[in-house]
Design a protein around this ligand. Structure first.
Ligand SMILES: [Zn+2]
Length: 221
């Protein structure tokens, strides 16, 4: 079997597709995260961590991003990497805040397994959707802190996908702690304000593709 390349430059193939995948964080988010990291700020409480993540969320919305923020903190409560929803901005269906934060944390720490960097915590403004829930164990974080609930995201028009009812118990069973409702009201308000202000409910497919499943709005946090 042979492969025909469309072109070669300096001995390397020239791809005709996006062969390097990048999530672009807004400058404002980069500045806020850089300040937190360079000052070695310690976010000792769950509320402090969530306040920082909700600020990232607000900065992302101002930049045209989705109303979701996240961050990974190390065992000393210091910021390792931020993440915000860049689905629409980066034409990236998987660029949910948690995925972006986990990917950035891995590349920052230069490891595919964050468990090798101690007891790390993923903080997310909204309960993880089905996709992000799946990424939690793969990431190697030891704890998840959550702001608004699945129901708050759905109330704003977003869908969270199909998740097992016992997802919290399952995470606990594999040693990942979950803390919910941290600044829930503020986190939920960010979602409802975004929806009220006409923010795009991206990928808002309201009808099933022909022959596929029941009608459902499906987008993810
Ligand atoms: Zn998600």
């Amino acid at each position: 079997m042979s492969v025909t390349l469309v072109g070669v430059s300096h001995g390397r193939p020239i791809p005709v597709f996006a062969s390097s995948v990048t999530f672009n964080l807004p400058d404002t988010v980069v500045v806020a995260a850089t300040e937190a990291i360079e000052s070695q700020r310690s976010f000792t409480s769950s509320v402090e961590k969530m306040r920082f993540v909700l600020n990232l969320t607000a900065l992302n919305i101002d930049d045209g991003g989705g109303p979701f923020g996240a961050a990974v903190f190390d065992g000393d409560h210091r910021l390792l990497a931020p993440g915000v929803n860049r689905v629409v901005a980066d034409s990236a269906p998987v660029a949910h805040a948690e995925i972006v934060a986990i990917a950035a944390a891995g590349q920052t720490a230069e490891t595919w397994d964050l468990a090798t960097r101690g007891d790390l915590t993923l903080v997310t403004s909204t309960e993880p959707c089905a996709m992000c829930l799946g990424a939690v164990p793969w990431s190697g974080v030891g704890a998840v802190i959550i702001g608004s609930r699945d129901a708050d995201a759905r109330a704003a028009g977003f869908d969270e996908g199909h998740k097992p009812r016992d997802w919290m118990e399952h995470l606990a069973s594999i040693g990942i702690s979950v803390e919910r409702d941290v600044l829930r009201a503020e986190a939920a308000e960010a979602l409802s304000d975004y929806s009220t202000n006409g923010g795009p409910i991206y990928n808002g497919r309201t009808k099933p593709r022909s022959g596929l499943g029941p009608e459902s709005p499906d987008v993810g946090g």
